[in-house]
Design a binder for this molecule. Structure first.
Ligand SMILES: [Fe+2]
Ligand SMILES: [Fe+2]
Length: 275
């Protein structure tokens, strides 16, 4: 099936995936573009590439709501576990488009090809995560789109659309690092309920996400070194300018440090809140 996907270039494949409102096609395109890029069967850019849209393609459902309107339920009920998995599916779907947007939007940056290798590995894995979580929702008699979902994640992409260093500060080093903080307790709670299949899905996600933060930290430090900026100071400035919301402790300092994100980056930001 995926052999039939027309991909003009890595950037073209990423843009086509971002534009797609069909989520099977979107995730297949993300993975096929990654595979062809890893095998060096496509160029980075082509004049045939479509235009990058302001917003990613999305199906009619789920209905998007402000974050406060998404209700929280106990994981000890089936409804509660479905609500959590639905929220995670939504985050993973946004993560697919966010990784692809880094590749497509910043394809003209003067960076080594390994920059695009790293972000396409992330895009590939986010597509895998979305499919895993959606399959688990299906096992539980539900599907992505059954519940409302919040509409805040794309804002981070929009506000950093002209600045790759700022994009890396906010997307992998704030949003994805947050996943490292909250996922271990969700894994434990899911195991307590006896839903080991859902816990196993969270395990896959958690292990991959450490790598995503590491890709973010690696390229954030690369850009700072090139611009002769102190990375911790640059991080704090860029987060203050581009991220509206609190940085909530407790932090998973060990997992963050393993990924190259040390407390000197985020500790002093922990109390800020413009919300
Ligand atoms: Fe993910
Ligand atoms: Fe991720």
């Amino acid at each position: 099936m995926t052999g039939n996907l027309r991909i003009t270039s890595l950037r073209g494949g990423a843009i086509d995936a971002i534009r797609s409102a069909d989520l099977d096609r979107k995730t297949a395109l993300a993975q096929e573009s990654a595979t062809r890029w890893f095998e060096r069967r496509v160029s980075l850019r082509s004049p045939l590439d479509a235009a990058l849209p302001d917003r990613p393609g999305r199906p009619e459902k789920p209905v998007l709501t402000p974050p406060t309107q998404v209700e929280k339920r106990s994981l000890h009920t089936l409804k509660g576990r479905i609500a959590l998995l639905h929220a995670i599916a939504h985050i993973e779907l946004n993560a697919v488009d966010l990784a692809l947007d880094i590749v497509a939007r910043f394809a003209t940056e003067q960076v080594p090809n390994s920059f695009f290798d790293g972000w396409m590995q992330v895009a590939f894995e986010e597509a895998k995560h979305f499919r895993l979580v959606r399959a688990r929702l299906n096992d539980l008699g539900a599907d992505y789109g059954d519940l409302p979902a919040h509409d805040g994640l794309w804002q981070a992409a929009h506000s950093t659309r002209n600045d790759l260093t700022a994009r890396l500060a906010v997307v992998p080093l704030i949003l994805e690092a947050r996943g490292l903080d909250v996922t271990p307790s969700l894994q434990a709670k899911m195991r307590q309920t006896g839903d080991l299949e859902s816990a196993a899905v969270l395990d896959v996600i958690y292990n991959d996400e450490k790598g995503h933060v590491a890709v973010g930290a690696k390229w954030f430090r690369f850009l700072c070194a090139r611009e002769k900026r102190d990375p911790a100071k640059a991080f704090q400035e860029l987060v203050r300018a581009n991220f509206r919301g609190p940085l909530k402790p407790p932090f998973n300092d060990l997992a963050r440090a393993e990924a190259g994100l040390t407390p000197s980056f985020y500790r002093s930001l922990a109390s800020i809140s413009h919300a």
